[in-house]
Design a protein around this ligand. Structure first.
Ligand SMILES: Nc1ncnc2c1ncn2[C@@H]1O[C@H](COP(=O)(O)OP(=O)(O)OP(=O)(O)O)[C@@H](O)[C@H]1O
Length: 624
C-alpha cells in the first residue's frame, strides 16, 4: 500500500507585492519543479554573485492560488488512508517563519474554507468510520508541544492557570523493545468529530506564540497533534493500532537576518538545532542501506521515531514566502527539502564531479598533443625550408601522421569545422610533394576520424589504450593525490560542521545549567542568611573575649586576623564582608590568656560550623 516513504511537496504563500521571479512546472512526469530567477543586481538587500537560476524539485508544487481543499486532497488524504489501513503516518509543515505552516496544518480563522489539514483530516476520518460498519474504531487525541527541547501537554487543563515552567514536563521513556512512551502526555478519547475539534481548539489556545519581526503570531514551538487510531472487528479481541502525527514545526528563522534577540534568539537557536536534527534523520532515512538513524539527538525526532520511515508514510510540506526579501530563506527551505527527498540529485552531483575530473584530464591530454603537434609543425617548416634550398635530396618527413592530425585538431578543438577541414586539405595538397606519406589522403582522413574518437568518452577500449600509452603516471599520481586531499578536506569540513552543531547544543545546555545554578544559589542563600545571623552573634561574642592588647585586622573583605597580645594569630574567613571588625573597634572584656582564647575558638568551632559553615578557621599557629 505504502510505496514512497517520504514525499515532499512545496506550497507557496499568496503574495501581492515584490514577488520574486519564479516559475512552476507541474507537467513533468517525474515530479514538479520550481525555478527561481535571481538577477544579479537585486537592489533590496540580497546580492547574488553566484547563479541567476535555481531549480528545485518536489513531488508537486502548489502555487499561490492553491486552496486548502486541494492541499488536503493531494497531501493529507493519502496519508489518512494509509493510517486507516493500519500504518503510521506523519505530515510536517516546514518553512520560514510566517510562510504559512500553521495556516496549512491548522488553518486560518477567517473563513470556514480556510480550515487546514487537521480539521479536514478529522472530518474525513470520522466520515470513514461511519461508513465502515465492519470495524469498530476508537480514537484518542494527544497534543504535544516541544518548546526549547522540553515537552508540554497542550491538553493539560492547568495550562491557563500555571506558568510554563511549573507545568509537568513530558518525558520520553523507552522500553526494552525500544518503543517510545511519553510520560505526562494525556491521551483523550474523542468519540466524534466535534470532540476531536474541541481538543484541537483547547490545545491551540495553549500554544507558545510570540510576536516576531516576521510574523505577528509566530509559533515558537513544534506542535504535534496525534490521532491514535485503534480498530478491531466486532467481537474480536485483535486490535490494530496506528498513529497519525500532524506536525506544525516552529519557523526556521535565520537569526542573523531577522534581528532576533533575548528569549526569541534563544528560541530560534533551539528551533534551528532541532530542525537540523530532523533534517539529518530524514536524510538518513532516504539513504538506502543506512543502518543508524540519529533519532535520539532531539526530542522531536525521538517522539516521531516510530512514525518516520519504514512502513510509515511521511510527508513534508515545504512552505515558502516568495517576496523578494524572503527569497534567500525560502531557498534554504527548498534546498533542505528538495535535497532530502531527491537523493538522486546527490548522485547526479557526484557524476558531475567525476565528469569534471575526466574533462580536466582531457584538457591536459589536448595540451600535450598540441605541444607535440606544434613541435611537429616546426619540424615540418624546417624541412620545407631545406627542401626549397636543396631540391636534389629525397624529401623525407619525420612527422608522424598522428601528430600532424592532432596539430590540425588542436587548431580547431575536438569539433573540426568544415572551414578548418578544408584548410587541412589545402595544407596537405600544398605540401604533398614534400611529404613521403605512405597513406593516401582518404586513409589520412579516416585516421583523422579514428584519432578524434579518442577525445570522446564513449569508447572505453580506445580510452584504455590511450591511457596506457600516453598517460603520464606522475601526473596521474598527482591527480590522485589532489583528489585524496580534497576528500580529506571534505571530511574535515563535515567534522567541523558536526562539531559546530555539538557546540551549539552544549551552549544551550550550558545556558540551561546557568539558570538552574542561579535558582539553586538563591535557594541556598535564603537558607544561609538565617544561619549567618547565628554565626555573627558568635563572632561578636568572640571579639568581646579579646584582651586589650590584642587586635583585629581586616585583611580582605572576607577575612580578618586576630592577633593576641603575645603574638598568636588566627585568620578567619567569613561569608560576609567584615570591615567593621577593624582594629579601631575598642575591645573590652576579661583579661584572658592566649591559651584561653584559643580554647575559646576551638570550643566554638563546632558551633560556628553548625551555623552554616560560614566561618572557617584556616590558620592557628604562632606568629613568625
Ligand atoms: N495560503 C495562504 N493563504 C492565505 N493566507 C495565508 C496563507 N498562508 C499563510 N497565510 C497567512 O500568513 C500569515 C502567517 O502564516 P502562519 O502563521 O501560518 O505562518 P507560520 O509559517 O506558521 O509562521 P510561524 O513559524 O512564525 O508560526 C497568517 O496571517 C496566515 O493567515
Amino acid at each position: 500500500m505504502v510505496k514512497e516513504t517520504i514525499q515532499i511537496f512545496a506550497r507557496i504563500k499568496p503574495t501581492k507585492k515584490n514577488v520574486a521571479v519564479y516559475s512552476v512546472d507541474n507537467e513533468n512526469q517525474t515530479g514538479s519543479s520550481l525555478e527561481f530567477f535571481v538577477p544579479k543586481d537585486l537592489a533590496d538587500g540580497f546580492v547574488n554573485n553566484k547563479r541567476e537560476c535555481y531549480n528545485f524539485r518536489f513531488q508537486k508544487v502548489f502555487d499561490q492560488v492553491a486552496k486548502q481543499e486541494e492541499i488536503f486532497e493531494n497531501i493529507a488524504k493519502p496519508v489518512a488512508d494509509s493510517v486507516l489501513a493500519g500504518y503510521n503516518g506523519t505530515i510536517f509543515a516546514y518553512g520560514q517563519t510566517g510562510s504559512g505552516k500553521t495556516f496549512t496544518i491548522t488553518g486560518g480563522a477567517e473563513q470556514y474554507s480556510d480550515r487546514g489539514i487537521i480539521p479536514r483530516t478529522l472530518s474525513y476520518l470520522y466520515e470513514r468510520f461511519s461508513q465502515d460498519s465492519s470495524m469498530v474504531y476508537t480514537t484518542h487525541i494527544s497534543y504535544l508541544e516541544i518548546y526549547n527541547e522540553m515537552g508540554y501537554d497542550l491538553l493539560d487543563s492547568r495550562h491557563e492557570a500555571s506558568r510554563l515552567e511549573d507545568l509537568p514536563k513530558v518525558m520520553i521513556m523507552e522500553d526494552q523493545d525500544q518503543n517510545i512512551h511519553l510520560r505526562n502526555l494525556s491521551l483523550q478519547q474523542s468519540v466524534n468529530e466535534e470532540e476531536a475539534l474541541n481538543l484541537l481548539f483547547l490545545g491551540d489556545t495553549n500554544r507558545m506564540i510570540a510576536e516576531t519581526p516576521m510574523n505577528q503570531a509566530s509559533t515558537r514551538s513544534h506542535c504535534i497533534f496525534t490521532v491514535h487510531l485503534c480498530r478491531r472487528e466486532p467481537g474480536s479481541a485483535t486490535l490494530r493500532r496506528s498513529k497519525l502525527h500532524l506536525v506544525d514545526l516552529a519557523g526556521s528563522d535565520r537569526v542573523s537576518k531577522t534581528g532576533l534577540n533575548g528569549q526569541l534568539l534563544t528560541d530560534a537557536k533551539y528551533i534551528n538545532l532541532s530542525l537540523h536534527y530532523l533534517e539529518q534523520v530524514i536524510i538518513a532515512l532516504s539513504e538506502k542501506n543506512r543502518s543508524h538513524i540519529p533519532y535520539r539527538n532531539s526530542m522531536l525526532t525521538s517522539v516521531l521515531r516510530d512514525s518516520l520511515g519504514g512502513n510509515c508514510m511521511t510527508t513534508m510540506i515545504a512552505t515558502m514566502a516568495v517576496e523578494r526579501r524572503n527569497l534567500e530563506v525560502s531557498m534554504v527551505t527548498m534546498r533542505t527539502c528538495s535535497d532530502t527527498s531527491l537523493l538522486d540529485s546527490l548522485k547526479k552531483q557526484y557524476f558531475i564531479v567525476v565528469l569534471g575530473h575526466y574533462f580536466c584530464i582531457l584538457v591536459k591530454m589536448l595540451k600535450k598533443e598540441k605541444k607535440r603537434a606544434q613541435d611537429a609543425a616546426a619540424q615540418l617548416a624546417n624541412i620545407t625550408n631545406s627542401q626549397s634550398q636543396s631540391t636534389s635530396s629525397v624529401s623525407t618527413v619525420e612527422l608522424s601522421q598522428e601528430g600532424m592530425l592532432i596539430f590540425i585538431l588542436s587548431l580547431s578543438g575536438p569539433k573540426l569545422s568544415m572551414g578548418k577541414q578544408e584548410a587541412f586539405e589545402i595544407f596537405i595538397r600544398d605540401h604533398e610533394d614534400h611529404l613521403t606519406i605512405e597513406d593516401n589522403k582518404s586513409l589520412l582522413k579516416q585516421r583523422l576520424m579514428t584519432s578524434r574518437t579518442k577525445y570522446y568518452p564513449d569508447n572505453a577500449q580506445i580510452k584504455a589504450d590511450y591511457f596506457n600509452e600516453e598517460f603520464d603516471p606522475a601526473e596521474e599520481n598527482l591527480c590522485k593525490h589532489i583528489e585524496e586531499e580534497k576528500t580529506g578536506y571534505k571530511s574535515i569540513v563535515g567534522r567541523l560542521k558536526a562539531l559546530r552543531t555539538e557546540i551549539e547544543h552544549l551552549q544551550l545546555l550550558l545556558e540551561r545549567s546557568k539558570v538552574k545554578l542561579q535558582k539553586d544559589f538563591h535557594k541556598w542563600w535564603s537558607q544561609e542568611a538565617s544561619s549567618l545571623q547565628v554565626a555573627e552573634l558568635t563572632f561578636l561574642y568572640l571579639s568581646i573575649g579579646c584582651s586589650p592588647k590584642s587586635h583585629w585586622d581586616t585583611e580582605q573583605d572576607h577575612t580578618a586576623i586576630y592577633t593576641s597580645s603575645s603574638g598568636i594569630w588566627v585568620r578567619l574567613l567569613f561569608a560576609q564582608p567584615c570591615k567593621r571588625f577593624s582594629s579601631s573597634i575598642p575591645l573590652t572584656g576579661d583579661q584572658q590568656t592566649d591559651a584561653d582564647i584559643l580554647a575559646f575558638i576551638r570550643a566554638r568551632q563546632n558551633l560556628v560550623s553548625r551555623a552554616g559553615d560560614t566561618h572557617r578557621y584556616t590558620h592557628a599557629k604562632n606568629a613568625p
